[in-house]
Design a binder for this molecule. Structure first.
Ligand code: SF4
Length: 222
């Protein structure tokens, strides 16, 4: 079992799948830079979270629910969790009947060819299962560009992929590794481009930035 302070953010899984170096810069080095794409994503999530939770017929809609699994050492926040009335569900405080959770993650773009988004959603389901003591078979991804929901089955293959990825990210954080740049087309979309400096030999580039930072601190201080 992990402790609260050992938990890694679920968002780190996506960062790792996009680029291991990006993940390390954000979560190991604690660096962050926003670009047009991350700003769009942040605004979408803020808009979803600021709406109140509500009940509609046999569905309860909860927004911005905090998530955590101490078994896997992950934490985060769900955009939306719908609770569907079901005789096989769990009791929820303040509600009659029993309910099965159905997590939904909002994405600004369209479905990707890779499994990044499904893995992130599966990590959320794993947290909810531990928190509520119930198996969750399905969730959905909502894409802003297509305005459609895509159902995701939390099958054995997806769970295994998610747990393996969680282990790899824990390992990276424990070892405090910052991998070299990938230098491919992903870099043009990456908000960490000016921090990563992929065109400069990696360790040097990172050190140069740090040296630059410390020089400007000294300049200001003198
Ligand atoms: S700029 Fe490229 S190598 Fe650097 S963190 Fe971003 S995607 Fe990775």
């Amino acid at each position: 079992m992990y402790t609260e302070s050992d938990c890694i953010m679920i968002s780190a899984l996506q960062h790792y799948l996009f680029c291991k170096r990006q993940c390390a810069l954000i979560h190991v080095e604690q660096s962050w830079e926003e670009n047009r794409l991350t700003a769009k994503g942040r605004l979408l999530h803020e808009r979803v979270h600021e709406q109140n939770s509500e009940s509609r017929g046999d569905t309860i809609i909860s927004r911005g629910l905090r998530l955590r699994s101490l078994v896997y050492g992950i934490c985060g926040q769900a955009d939306v969790v719908e609770f569907h009335a079901s005789p096989h569900g769990v009791h929820l405080t303040g509600h009659r009947d029993t309910w099965i959770p159905f997590p939904i993650e909002y994405k600004k773009g369209k479905p990707e060819k890779n499994n990044c988004d499904a893995v992130q959603l599966c990590a959320q389901a794993i947290c909810l299962e531990e928190m509520l003591g119930i198996a969750i078979p399905y969730g959905a991804l909502f894409y802003g560009k297509t305005r459609r929901r895509m159902a995701v089955a939390f099958d054995d293959a997806l769970r295994e992929e998610t747990v393996k990825l969680i282990d790899k990210v824990h390992q990276m954080f424990t070892n405090k590794q910052v991998p070299p740049p990938i230098k491919d087309k992903r870099c043009t979309q990456c908000s960490m481009l000016t921090i990563c400096l992929p065109d400069i030999p990696h360790a040097k580039g990172y050190r140069l930035r740090r040296i630059g930072e410390s020089l400007s601190i000294k300049d200001t201080a003198t």
